[in-house]
Design a protein around this ligand. Structure first.
Ligand code: ASP
Length: 337
């Protein structure tokens, strides 16, 4: 698959960090005096916006989102329409139509969306609806709830005008039938069988939104829900600070509430890169078996500065910024071969 191709020469984007000097008042000698304290702060550089960042090699998705931003539309419209490109792509076996099924052959999808106000909408374990991200947006905008699951989510989608359809393509059915021969169920995501699409965008007003969509872990137990549609885990946006989104072993991301953690670390002054690294290290610290699974994060702050980090090699991400749509290789933790 295209986005699994590893682009050797791409480097992480510049982070524009500076060590600033903060002036604090000390009253130890009874007099107020100024003391220089080194703090890590973002540079005063102008924000590099609009911009789009997404997990994996998804140039068509980032281009769609970029085009939406160029039309002057909101980051919310951009991330929704951006990830819809991948949901509709039957060759993408990890999201939307063509997604790999659970162990019983059901394609179940999870998706969530967040806007600049911090509103959130999500669907989990929804079947037969190609664009769960748009249903998630409708949950956010048209219901008093934030998360609908399973049949309730599907019925809501149908009432909202979405057409139910079979999402199990011949290719995904064949892959599942091959898996069934041994049917070894190991709930382990290795570095090659997952590809959740998480996307973050900043529009020309400087407002940030995010979307995350997946068919989850292939051959999962029926009813299993991962991190991708869960606020704070698969995605988190705080328009004052930035946003983050995840791919990989959902159970591990959920246990460490990774995307929320990254945004909070940025709030404390960390760069997007430092925050992603810290969140991956948190996963590693909690899971001695980290060599068996992958977790990857991407993040952006209010200035359009980006970061990415993962446990194992091969995670990559796409940025559309400064009129350039480019895939980047993520730096990673496990350098042992
Ligand atoms: N994070 C997704 C999940 O656990 C899967 C993935 O990204 O591979 O459902």
């Amino acid at each position: 698959m295209k986005r699994r191709k590893f682009i050797q020469n791409a480097a992480l984007t510049g982070l524009g960090l500076t060590v600033g000097t903060a002036l604090t008042a000390c009253a130890d000698d009874g007099k107020s005096k100024e003391k220089a304290v080194a703090t890590t702060t973002n540079s005063d550089a102008k924000p590099i916006i609009p911009m789009v960042i997404a997990t994996w090699n998804v140039p068509n998705a980032t281009k769609k989102a970029w085009d939406v931003l160029q039309e002057g539309k909101s980051s919310l419209d951009a991330v929704e329409q951006g990830v819809m490109v991948e949901e509709a792509d039957v060759n993408n076996q990890s999201v939307g139509k063509g997604g790999l099924p659970d162990r019983d052959g059901n394609v179940t999808l999870d998706a969530c969306i967040m806007n600049k106000e911090g509103d959130y909408g999500a669907v989990v374990c929804i079947e037969n609806i190609k664009h769960p991200i748009s249903v998630a947006r409708k949950v956010m905008e048209d219901t008093p709830h934030v998360l609908l699951a399973g049949n309730g989510a599907k019925q809501f989608a149908i009432k909202s005008g979405f057409k139910p359809e079979n999402l199990l393509t011949e290719a995904s059915k064949k892959a599942w039938e091959k898996w069934k021969v041994e049917a070894k169920y190991k709930p382990i995501i290795n570095v090659e069988n997952h590809d959740t699409i998480g996307m973050l965008a900043i529009d020309k007003n400087g407002d940030i939104s995010g979307a995350c969509t997946t068919s989850g872990l292939s051959y999962k137990m029926q009813g299993r829900v991962g991190d991708s549609a869960i606020i704070g885990s698969g995605l988190f946006i705080d328009n004052e600070i930035g946003g983050a989104t995840a791919t990989g072993m959902g159970e591990e991301v959920l246990k460490t509430v990774g995307s929320f953690l990254i945004v909070e670390l940025m709030r404390q002054g960390k760069s997007p890169q430092e925050a992603c690294e810290e969140a991956v290290k948190r996963v590693i610290k909690k899971s001695p078996n980290y060599k068996d699974f992958q977790v990857g994060y991407i993040a952006v702050n209010k200035k359009g500065e980006t970061g990415a980090y993962c446990i194992h090699e091969w995670f990559n991400y796409t940025i559309y910024q400064n009129d350039e749509n480019k895939n980047h290789k993520s730096n990673y933790y496990n350098k042992t071969k």
